[in-house]
Ligand binder design. Structure first.
Ligand code: PMP
Length: 411
């Protein structure tokens, strides 16, 4: 895997037509290959009709297209049944659906929900709200400073009061994988359910709900090169059956009378109103591109080399404080850091002037940055995808050298 060559960049119209851009913010949202943009257009040109709302062939084609992507998602995550895959708008909505609809089924006063301090706000605030509503307690698992969650911490925090454990599969700040399986085993041992936030793992790793021990799993299409506005929630069928809908209205009912209604089966019960059918169809094209055209092994191999190269170059600079594991092999695309003595917003703005796109701020993980003691509750994050190359990393390093020169040139 030669990271000096880039066989993928030409597939992405934005990158192909903007050689000046070094896009290092794929953890926030990925770039889209032409095949995804084409698919979105193809939907509107060849099968545009409201799915489920007609018996004519266009509508039937639109309905079938969505069913195909549901099956494709199920295969991608090793889910036993395609109809337990629910389309939402994003990971945030998927996690809210579990917190709002499932929590009341199991959570009561004195019970506990366990999450880690590494969670994105999307996997944190919904649990704050659910615990508040139920009179339950939100318990945090704290890792070592390098992101490692110890067995002792898991054993101490997951106990008889725990009803739900929810954790990221990969941290969007530390970049490392969390021990989802161990967390799931601990959850199941006390009769709790395991929720996995796979927003940062689906684009990089093989994800299998069975191997992870997940009872619910959420991710966003847009981080895996699909259009913005399509998310997934997979859930264990018996749990989905138990849950009331979060949203009500069109297409989610079985029958409606003046004073009450009954619900459609899963997944329609959770999919009120018209969905982004073109977006779902194009998400299917994105997942095909990721898993078939590129292939997850190639993704892992290339991103592994890119991250290793980037971390080596960053460590040579001598003024970078890394956040997360020192071992590059533990980073899945994400490298967070600070330039000593320089506010991350200044770093990002200066890099932007030379076309290098990184993210700076709290990365929707304020409690994590507070716990790590990160100054200003802010850091820089460079996140890599297989469509990056050595040149992108070199440009990041050159830009950071320039930043250091601007702020410390006269030191
Ligand atoms: N969880 C994690 C780990 C994330 O990285 C993100 C996106 N940064 C989210 C949840 C939320 O994803 P979305 O904005 O698509 O809802």
């Amino acid at each position: 895997m030669d990271i000096r060559k880039n066989p993928y960049r030409a597939d992405f119209p934005l990158l192909a037509s903007h050689p000046e851009i070094a896009f290092l913010d794929s953890a926030a949202t990925a770039q889209r290959p032409a095949c995804v943009l084409d698919a979105q257009r193809r939907f509107y040109e060849t099968m545009n009709a409201n799915p489920l709302r007609g018996l004519y062939s266009l509508s039937v084609a639109a309905t079938a297209a969505i069913a195909d992507v549901r099956a494709q998602v199920a295969t991608l995550i090793g889910a036993p049944g395609a109809r337990d895959v629910i389309f939402t708008r994003n990971t945030s909505e998927s996690l809210n659906l579990v917190a709002k609809s499932f929590s009341p089924c199991v959570l009561g006063p004195g019970d506990e929900v366990a999450i880690t301090i590494m969670e994105h706000h999307s996997n944190l605030i919904p649990w704050q709200e659910a615990c508040r509503a139920a009179g339950a307690r939100l318990v945090y698992l704290y890792p070592e400073k390098d992101g490692t969650l110890t067995d002792a911490e898991i054993a101490e925090k997951i106990g008889p009061r725990t009803k739900i454990v929810s954790a990221a599969h990969v941290s969007n700040v530390m970049g490392c994988e969390l021990p989802a399986r161990k967390l799931a085993d601990a959850a199941h041992a006390v009769g709790a359910v395991m929720v996995v936030d796979a927003a940062q793992s689906v684009p990089h790793l093989r994800v299998n709900v069975d191997e992870l021990g997940a009872d619910f799993l959420a991710f966003s299409g847009h981080k895996a090169m699909g259009p913005m506005g399509v998310g997934v929630l997979w859930g264990r069928h018996d749990l989905l059956e138990q849950m009331p809908p979060m949203l009500t209205g069109g297409e989610m009912i079985d029958s409606v009378r003046e004073q009450d209604a009954t619900w459609a089966p899963v997944p329609e019960k959770f999919e009120a109103g018209t969905q982004d059918a073109a977006g779902i169809y194009a998400t299917g094209a994105a997942l095909s591109y990721l898993t078939e055209t590129v292939g997850l092994d190639a993704v892992a191999a290339r991103e592994g080399e890119l991250v290793a190269y980037a971390m080596e170059r960053l460590s040579e600079l001598g003024f970078i404080d890394l956040i997360g594991p020192a071992d590059a092999a533990r980073h899945h695309g994400v490298i967070s850091f600070n330039v000593r003595g320089v506010h991350p917003h200044d770093v990002a703005s200066i890099l932007d002037a030379s076309g290098v796109c990184i993210r700076a701020g709290h990365h929707c993980a304020q409690p994590l940055l507070a716990w790590l003691g990160v100054e200003n509750l802010a850091c820089c994050r460079a996140s890599l995808a297989f469509y990056n190359d050595k040149n992108d990393v070199d440009r990041l390093v050159d830009g950071l050298t320039q930043v250091w020169g601007i702020f410390h040139g006269s030191d």
